[in-house]
Every structure is written in C-alpha cells, then in structure tokens.
Design a protein. Sequence first.
Length: 100
Amino acid sequence: GGAAVTNGRINFTTPEIAENGNTVPIKFSAPGAKRVMILADGNPTPGVGLFNFGKLSDASGSTRIRLAGTQDVIAVAEMADGSYVQVANTVKVTIGGCGG
C-alpha cells in the first residue's frame, strides 16, 4: 500500500544451498510483529506463506517451502506500530521444485 519498508529486525534462517527445491526449510523470528509474509521472488506465485500473530505470541515460525530454482526468499513483517521491515536471503537450488 505504499508504506516504507526498512531492512532488519527479523531473524531469518534459510539454507545457502537446497539440493531439492521441493522441500526447503525456513525459520524466522520477528519479535513485536503482527504478521509475517514469506515471498519467493522467482516462483510462479511469489507468496508462499502468511503468518498472523496475537499480542502474546513470540512472532516466530518455521515451515518448508517449494522453490522453482535459485532465488531470493524474502520475509516481510508488519510490526505492532504499523511499520514494515524485511530481510532477504538467497537460496541456491540444485533441483527445482515447481516443475523444474
């Protein structure tokens, strides 16, 4: 919606190299976040996950995602004060998971 996004304040763990793009583990922690969106900018559909958190949550999560090939995986957090922060990691995929 045109809001400014700054870098940082998210601990985001992804593998440097994923041998199989069908199952790539990710893990994040964004203390103070209301929601976190995970994006894979090289996938046919970039939005791969949306996590919503309550006031008493530690705003962390983990899952496995599918990647079509080597690309940036981005975590964007909406913080309780209405600001947005992001972090991006590059994951090198040797075997694509989205039809590749």
